[in-house]
Design a protein around this ligand. Structure first.
Ligand code: ADP
Ligand code: MG
Length: 285
C-alpha cells in the first residue's frame, strides 16, 4: 500500500532534513503506530503519505513515496485523497464548514457520492466517532476533543483504503481516546483499512497496533511488531517515551529471573503472566 524508497525531505528555509533515508513498506491491513519525541519527523512522515508534502509544503525532496503503486509527486493531492484519508494534528486546520453534518458531507459531495449513500455513510461515521448528538451543532461551539472526533468522522465517512492520523486523541480523555482506537480497530478489521497513527499514548498503541515505528531525529530507528519494539524499553525511556506499565513490570520480572517469555502488551496478558508466576508455572526459569 505504501512504499518509502530512501526518502529524505527538508522544508524550504530549513537547512536540516526533517526526515532522512526513510525506507519502509506498509502492507494492506496493517495498523501501524508511530512514536517519537517532538520534532522527530512523525508529522512529516505522515504528510509524505497524503501528499501534503510536496504539494503544500515545499522543500527538497529525495527518493520516492509510492501510495497504492503511484508516485505521490506525480499525483495531485485530490487524486491521493481518493486512497488516503487524513486526520491532521490540528483539527481546525482541516475544518471547512460551520455545522458538523456539513463538515462530514463536504468530502462525500466532493467525491460525488449519491445523496442517499451520503446519509447512510454520515450516520455510520457519526456513530463510529461517538458524536451522533453533535450532528446539528455549530463547529465553532465544539471543544477541542469534539473537533477531533468530527475530523475523524469526516475521514471515516470517505472509507479510504489508507487512513493516516496525526495525534488524533491529544485533546480527548482516556475513555474518549480508547473509543477512537476501538473504532480504528473496527475499520481495520471490517474494511481491511490500512491505518497509520501518530500517538503519544503508548499503552493504546501497544494494545491495538500490530506494528510500531519509533522515530528519532528524522529517522525510523525501530520498526517491528509491537512486542519486539517494546523490548527496547530502555531506549524508549531515553527518548522520553513512557512505556506502558505492563512493560515496566515485565522488565522487573525478567531482571528478577521470574519470567523470560514474550512481553505482554495489555493488562489481560500481564495478569496471565503474573498468575503463572504465582502458580510456579515458570519455575524452570
Ligand atoms: N512547516 C515547516 N517548516 C519548516 N520546518 C518544519 C516545518 N514543519 C516541521 N518542521 C521541522 O521538521 C522537523 C520534523 O518536524 P515534525 O515532522 O513536525 O516532527 P514531529 O511531528 O515528530 O514533532 C522539525 O525539526 C521541525 O522543526
Ligand atoms: Mg507532529
Amino acid at each position: 500500500m505504501i512504499l518509502f524508497n530512501n526518502v529524505s525531505f527538508s522544508y524550504e528555509n530549513s537547512e536540516e532534513l526533517a526526515v532522512s533515508s526513510i525506507h519502509a513498506h506498509i502492507d494492506r491491513g496493517e495498523f501501524v503506530g508511530i512514536i517519537g519525541p517532538s520534532g522527530a519527523g512523525k508529522s512529516t512522515l505522515v504528510n509524505l503519505i497524503n501528499g501534503v508534502i510536496p504539494h503544500h509544503h515545499k522543500g527538497d525532496f529525495y527518493g520516492e513515496v509510492l501510495v497504492c503503486g503511484r508516485d505521490t509527486v506525480e499525483s495531485s493531492c485530490g487524486e491521493i485523497s481518493h486512497h488516503v484519508g487524513s486526520v491532521f494534528q490540528d483539527p481546525e486546520s482541516q475544518m471547512v464548514s460551520t455545522v458538523v453534518e456539513d463538515e462530514i458531507a463536504f468530502g462525500l459531495e466532493n467525491f460525488n457520492i449519491p445523496a442517499d449513500e451520503i446519509e447512510t455513510r454520515m450516520a455510520e461515521a457519526l456513530k463510529m466517532a461517538g458524536i451522533e448528538h453533535l450532528r446539528h451543532e455549530s463547529t465553532a461551539a465544539l471543544s477541542g476533543g469534539q473537533k477531533q472526533r468530527v475530523t475523524i468522522a469526516a475521514a471515516i465517512a470517505l472509507r479510504p483504503k489508507i487512513l493516516v492520523l496525526d495525534e488524533p486523541t491529544s485533546e480527548l480523555d482516556p475513555q474518549g481516546s480508547r473509543q477512537v482506537f476501538k473504532t480504528l480497530k473496527r475499520l481495520n478489521q471490517e474494511y481491511d483499512m490500512t491505518i497509520l497513527i501518530v500517538e503519544q499514548k503508548v499503552m493504546l498503541l501497544s494494545e491495538f497496533c500490530s506494528r510500531l515505528m519509533v522515530m528519532e531525529k528524522g529517522r525510523i530507528i525501530m520498526d517491528g511488531p509491537v512486542r519486539q519494539v517494546l523490548e527496547h524499553h530502555d531506549k524508549l525511556l531515553e527518548l522520553g517515551i513512557n512505556c506502558p506499565r505492563v512493560v515496566t513490570l515485565t522488565k522487573l520480572l525478567k531482571n528478577a529471573s521470574l519470567y523470560s517469555g514474550e512481553f505482554p502488551v495489555d493488562v489481560d496478558e500481564a495478569e496471565s503472566v503474573i498468575r503463572k508466576i504465582m502458580e510456579g508455572a515458570y519455575d524452570q526459569y
